[in-house]
Design a protein around this ligand. Structure first.
Ligand SMILES: C[S@@+](CC[C@H](N)C(=O)[O-])C[C@H]1O[C@@H](n2cnc3c(N)ncnc32)[C@H](O)[C@@H]1O
Length: 267
């Protein structure tokens, strides 16, 4: 199932290896937790394959959490969001939405997906708008009908069994769950890509916490010396992800790590 987002660092290309590692645990689980949900590519795959699973999603970026909350929330508000997203973007709208500060969960949900679709990198906050010279300019990545299709399918998969929290990973790990998949911001560039990111200390605290966790967990990371150091003693596998480099329009491979506790983390 396709996410409505073009999220930087999304795991669409890694779904097969991720699901292969999660499935043995999901088969026995009642509650699945994803504390860095972002564009939700893995959460949607899990929801699609496991119809009876309770799903808990969280993200430290309140706009991201508000998007998923509105997606699974009351029908009238969801339909209002769909209608608003049908308005095709223009540059002045792009500037206005991008710079609008709001605490309204509905507007934040709109802002989150709108900005994601009209910026260069698919960022969800202050990255540059797609401009003339990039195909259709600001509309180049904005297909309103496709967005509506993705959102309706995602709502059908998640609604009635999903809860969403706007919180830091260290809080979400205290929620009840049987298996957790974590996709933290990249160590190398996370601070430039996401509104919420993590400093080295937070990456270290997360590593210490996971290594003590007595439940199954799976983690994806960029291949950095800090990560290999933090997760010594765990099972670390290298997977390569094909991706387009926009500047050269060439397909390249990026390496990511999938990390699990040895022994599966079961109690
Ligand atoms: C790599 S992205 C997740 C991408 C997602 N797996 C996907 O497929 O779209 C990391 C996410 O973590 C969130 N984040 C950053 N720091 C966080 C923290 N300390 N606690 C929870 N979420 C955080 C960011 O807002 C971002 O949405």
């Amino acid at each position: 199932m396709k996410s409505p987002f073009r999220y930087p660092g999304n795991k669409t290309a890694l779904l097969d290896p991720i699901m292969a590692r999660l499935e043995p645990h999901l088969d026995r689980a009642r509650i699945y937790l994803e504390p860095f949900v972002g564009g939700g590519s893995v959460a949607l795959a899990v929801a699609q394959r496991y119809a009876d699973l309770e799903i808990v999603l969280a993200d430290a970026d309140p706009n991201v959490a508000d998007f998923w909350s509105v997606l699974i929330g009351c029908e009238a508000t969801f339909l209002r969001l769909l209608r608003l997203l049908q308005v095709p973007p223009c540059m002045s709208m792009g500037h206005r939405v991008r710079h609008h500060l709001t605490r309204d969960p509905f507007l934040r949900a709109y802002q989150c997906l709108f900005i994601n679709r009209v910026t260069f990198s698919g960022g969800v906050f202050n990255t540059g708008l797609l401009a003339r010279g990039t195909g259709d300019g600001i509309r180049a990545r904005y297909n309103a009908a496709d967005l509506a299709r993705c959102m309706i399918a995602a709502r059908a998969a998640l609604r009635g069994r999903t809860t969403v929290h706007s919180m830091d990973v260290m809080y979400s790990l205290h929620l009840p769950f049987d298996v957790v998949y974590l996709d933290p911001p990249y160590i190398a560039h996370g601070a430039n890509i996401y509104r919420a990111s993590m400093c080295e200390h937070q990456h270290r605290v997360l590593g210490d916490t996971l290594k003590r966790l007595r439940r199954p967990w799976l983690l994806s990371y960029d291949d950095q010396p800090l990560v290999r150091d933090l997760y010594q003693g765990c099972r670390i596998e290298t997977v390569s992800v094909p991706h387009w480099v926009r500047r050269t329009m060439k397909r390249k491979k990026r390496v990511e790590l999938l990390i699990e506790p040895t022994g599966g983390g079961a109690q």
